[in-house]
Design a protein around this ligand. Structure first.
Ligand code: SF4
Length: 136
């Protein structure tokens, strides 16, 4: 077993954790970092136990693009990001941007990442329609 030192990604607190990983890369559990400046060896229940999603069969592991019939197909990141850029460009040239564009960020992002998302929304895309999932 190896222990991988990282930061819990469930919320913006940023508690220090070790992910305990088997030889076949299976996640076996989480151990708090006892000398981490934020958490000092303590974690909430999500930090301790919320790792089952890693092996969930429903987990998305690649971008999906919606076909014209409503079904989805897997795509690589270059194609998916090109589609996003194409869609945002079309929306920003369609008139009142606030009516056409909304962004959803994540409480699992860092403060800096959420700041950048807000900048992209307000300064780049000229919309104030931005939200995130802090109400977990
Ligand atoms: S252990 Fe809990 S409080 Fe700490 S970062 Fe994870 S979710 Fe947030």
């Amino acid at each position: 077993m190896k222990r991988v030192e990282t930061i819990c990604g469930y919320c913006g607190c940023g508690c220090g954790i070790y992910v305990n990983v088997a030889e076949d890369d299976t996640v076996l559990g989480i151990t708090p970092s006892y000398n981490h400046v934020v958490s000092k060896g303590k974690l909430c229940s999500k930090g301790w136990h919320g790792y089952a999603f890693v092996r969930d069969s429903r987990r998305l592991t690649s971008p999906l693009i919606r076909n014209s019939d409503g079904s989805f197909r897997e795509a690589d990141w270059d194609e998916a990001l090109d589609k996003v850029a194409e869609g945002l460009k079309a929306a920003t040239t369609a008139g009142d941007n606030t009516d056409h564009i909304g962004l959803i960020s994540s409480a699992r992002c860092t403060n800096e990442e959420n700041f950048l998302m807000a900048k992209l929304a307000r300064a780049g895309l000229k919309t104030s329609s931005i939200d995130h999932c802090a109400r977990l």
